[in-house]
Design a protein around this ligand. Structure first.
Ligand code: HEM
Length: 509
């Protein structure tokens, strides 16, 4: 609706709908000022500008996103998928579900270089007919820690020093040398696998163990893996430096431009399946996120593919405000007892209520593409009332006989795991912190191993000798050769003047 004959579709207005006749000069007493402060257009414009930023994600602040679809195969490997899960999005061959994906680096801020050594986030929101499912993963298939109580310490050690505001290898290895469960992740991270070449040419992994539940309420343990149809490509430290010298947005650029060119990146979703028990025959705990499930025993079984074919129209509205969480599951998918996963599940929606606001799920990027009807009301930025069609608007409670909302009928049997035990603060029994890290060291190609050792020596050389010694011992426990090569490298590299308790690392990234 245009207010008068002079107003066109393109006419600039303020948010009250008032046409703006002068967007060049503030209102002032004479053209040399002083200004007067009753100028609504100016106040609205500048105060909105003052509020343009919302809090950054506390981790994974730098990201890029794209829209696309997931297409189900209807099978898991050779078997009908219904044998294991009743989740509707997987059942029919060829069924498509819209998705939004956000890739990210972890530690640094919103405009930090995309060449930094860091895990990469790989978060997928599936807008299914049963509501949203978020699969919030990383490119690497394991994690640093297995207890969520340690997450803030892990992140503090990797974030810039609270005094100097510089990332500091000594703080990182101080923490890691006292955290032996991190050795597997560190072996990946300091190899070229810690710097994916871009977002299209990397894997994704759910990392944590989840469950699938079938019609009978029976569950199996599941790990999720995204395998890129584009080849996997990682960078050595030198290649990353060369890239960063000319472009610190290369991964965002690569994703955006390839979609604009019509070269749509594609991944296959595979799962590994294990029966739902503690598996005492294994030398690791299936719920331990610092471990891989050996593929010879638990093969990758394809279940569908994902194609990203549309760039966001607005970065802030879609990518920045997107909110993913591990608690966001649909019927047929479930949590496991993995303690890290349970800690994450509290953390995500908690931070999003602070970062985006209490009504973050009403934003278009986060809202499901299906019927939503709740009795949740009010709060900052309420955009609409979650009323069902025909619902009595006076009834915002349940139960009611006056035309309120009703509970949904149950479609299948609940999964009802039996849990029993003393409430304790204890580590898991099968820690086995080093074996898989040693195996990884051997699986790496020669050039990857060279880069791993060089990167570790480079970073550790500036640390106190006590930290260096603890790290060498841990590497030796993974594999004697691994430890010896780091030790030798440090001896050759040892800088004059680095004394016990005095060393200080340069910024490692
Ligand atoms: C106890 C362990 C963890 C905690 C407490 C935690 C917490 C968080 C928090 C608070 C955010 C910011 C969310 C937001 O502002 O929207 C976040 C983002 C993220 N986390 Fe974690 N995290 C944990 C472990 C992990 C692990 C193991 C993975 C990988 C499997 C992971 C992957 C991600 C990703 C991909 C994002 C970015 C999501 C996006 O693009 O918006 N996190 N995490």
């Amino acid at each position: 609706m245009l207010s008068d004959k002079n107003e066109q579709e393109q006419t600039l207005t303020n948010r009250q709908g008032h046409p703006v006749t002068d967007n060049q000069s503030i209102r002032s007493v004479g053209n040399r000022g002083p200004t007067v402060l009753e100028n609504y257009d100016f106040l609205e414009k500048i105060t909105h500008f003052d509020r343009e930023r919302i809090p950054e994600r506390v981790v994974h602040a730098r990201g890029a996103g794209a829209h696309g679809y997931f297409e189900a195969y209807g099978t898991v490997g050779e078997e009908p998928i219904a044998k294991y899960t009743r989740a509707k999005l997987f059942q029919e061959k060829g069924k498509q579900t819209p998705v939004f994906v956000r890739f990210s680096s972890v530690i640094h801020g919103g405009h930090s270089p995309e060449t930094l050594r860091d895990p990469r986030g790989f978060a997928v929101k599936f807008y299914t007919e049963d509501g949203n499912w978020d699969l919030v993963g990383n490119n690497l298939k394991v994690f640093f820690i297995r207890d969520p109580l340690k997450f803030p310490d892990l992140v503090h050690a990797f974030k810039p020093d609270p005094v100097t505001n510089r990332q500091d290898g000594e703080r990182i290895f101080d923490f890691i040398s006292n955290t032996p469960e991190a050795m597997h992740m560190i072996t990946f991270l300091f190899s070229p696998w810690g710097i994916p070449a871009n977002y299209r040419q990397m894997q994704g992994s759910g990392v944590n163990t989840y469950k699938w539940v079938n019609e009978e309420g029976e569950a199996v343990l599941i790990k999720y893996h995204w395998e890129p149809k584009q080849e996997i490509k990682n960078l050595t430290a030198k290649e990353a430096e060369e890239m960063q010298a000319t472009n610190f947005n290369h991964a965002t650029e690569d994703l955006y431009e390839s979609i604009e060119r019509g070269e749509f990146p594609e991944w296959e979703l595979c799962v590994q399946i294990m029966s739902d028990d503690a598996h005492p025959e294994l030398d690791f705990d299936p719920l331990d996120p610092t471990k891989l499930w050996p593929t010879e025993q638990f093969p990758f079984l394809p279940v569908g593919r994902m194609v990203l074919n549309k760039n966001p129209q607005n970065y802030f509205a879609e990518v920045e405000q997107a909110a993913f969480g591990t608690g966001v599951l649909v019927d047929g998918l479930d949590f496991s007892d993995d303690k890290l996963l349970q800690g994450r599940t509290f953390s995500y929606s908690d931070t999003q209520r602070y970062r985006v606001g209490a009504n973050y799920l009403q934003l278009p990027i986060n809202a499901p593409l299906k019927h939503v009807a709740t009795n949740q009301r009010d709060g900052q930025m309420t955009m609409h009332v979650d009323l069902a069609e025909g619902q009595n608007p006076h009834v915002n409670y349940e139960p009611s006989s006056l035309g309120g909302l009703d509970e949904a009928p149950k479609e299948a049997k609940d999964h009802t795991p039996h849990v029993e035990g003393n409430v304790v603060r204890e580590k898991i029994e099968r820690e086995n912190n080093f074996k898989q890290a040693g195996e990884r060291y051997h699986i790496l190609e020669d050039w990857e191993r060279e880069d791993l050792i060089a990167n570790l020596v480079e970073q550790l050389s500036g640390c106190q000798l006590s930290i260096q010694s603890r790290m060498i011992e841990l590497f030796k426990q993974c594999d004697e050769d691994y430890g010896k090569r780091v030790e030798m490298g440090l001896q050759n590299h040892r800088m004059p003047g680095v004394k016990e308790a005095e060393g200080h690392a340069a910024n490692p990234y």
